[in-house]
Write a protein that binds this ligand. Structure first.
Ligand code: DON
Length: 310
């Protein structure tokens, strides 16, 4: 029998706030290194719209790579299946910022969630807007999904990443050489750094992810955000590629589509049941939230939420 959700979340948050081994906060983006590893928050919104939260669920954090899901929605909306000419749908088995496969594979990134793939997706969005207005389009999309216009880009994080984003610049220039990036590299990167620097709380993130749990439809607004088929496919990509070279392990332990970010956030989807967001800034060596992953493992087991055994 599934456990009581409120009790389960309270227990998970108590453990998440007090754990001594918390992983390492991302330091390659200097601004993220300033975040205390002591935070832990979780928000779960069930199909009937009830919001269950525990810990630091209302504190905003840098969503980083979780933004790649929203950028993909935006690019699919504006470019349809043309997105797949630029980026594949296979797990990479490599680190999120790796360049190793790009040369052998003609500059086409394996999937939209590794950095190279996300930059290629962002390039499509950037090309559809004047100057650097593409990041505004992504922010508007996130605000609309969350139903919250107070969501913003953290300018200090965007600046910090732009000042140190040499690997991303390398990936973007390499793809430009292959013709996979068509716009000016500097403006594509600018949009990418701004989308990664969007700050959201667990509650806001769980709200924004609800359409993925309900066949593309946001139950609170009643709006069909994407078709049921597109929602299913985005979930498939989150399951197979959402945790980079730890995606197999995540599917094995948690069994839910989910996307992580180096800010320590994870958005997870229990189809038909719930949208879940968790945040703990300390990361595993693969760059995924250590305690966030553990929390999702506990939650999915306690509630019986698993796409392989629904
Ligand atoms: O491009 C980067 O390196 C970061 N803005 C995002 C990487 C990230 O979040 C990887 N996720 N776990």
């Amino acid at each position: 029998m599934p456990a009581d959700l409120a009790e389960t979340l309270a227990a998970i948050a108590a453990e998440g706030l007090s754990a001594t081994e918390r992983g390492q906060v991302a330091s390659y983006i200097p601004e993220l290194a300033k975040v205390s590893p002591a935070h832990f928050g979780i928000a779960v919104i069930t199909a009937d719209g009830t919001e269950h939260v525990a810990g630091d669920a209302d504190l905003p954090f840098s969503i980083q790579s979780v933004s790649k899901v929203f950028a993909l929605v935006e690019a699919l909306d504006s470019h349809g299946d043309a997105v797949w000419a630029r980026v594949g749908r296979e797990p990479s088995g490599s680190a999120f910022n790796s360049i190793v496969q790009l040369e052998a594979e003609g500059g086409r990134p394996r999937n939209p969630f590794i950095n190279a793939g996300a930059i290629a997706v962002t390039d499509l969005i950037a090309a559809a807007h004047e100057d650097r207005a593409g990041s505004g389009a992504i922010l508007r999309r996130v605000r609309a999904l969350a139903g919250d216009d107070s969501i913003n880009v953290d300018g200090a994080v965007a600046y910090s990443e732009a000042a140190t984003g040499f690997r991303n610049a390398g990936l973007a220039n390499f793809m430009k050489g292959f013709g996979v990036i068509t716009g000016p590299v500097a403006s594509t990167l600018d949009v990418y750094f701004h989308q990664c620097a969007i700050a959201m709380s667990c509650r806001q993130l769980a709200r924004a992810g609800r359409f993925l749990a309900h066949a593309g439809r946001c139950p609170s607004s009643g709006k069909q955000i994407v078709s049921p088929e597109r929602a299913r496919r985005i979930n498939a990509l989150m399951l197979t590629c959402g945790h980079y070279d730890a995606s197999g392990e995540f599917a094995f332990q948690v069994g839910l589509p989910a996307k992580s970010g180096v800010g320590g956030g994870i958005l997870a989807v229990a189809p038909g049941k719930a949208s879940i967001a968790v945040w703990s800034p300390g990361l595993s060596p693969q760059g995924n939230s250590l305690l966030g992953t553990r929390a999702l493992e506990q939650l999915s087991r306690a509630m019986g939420w698993n796409v392989f055994q629904p």
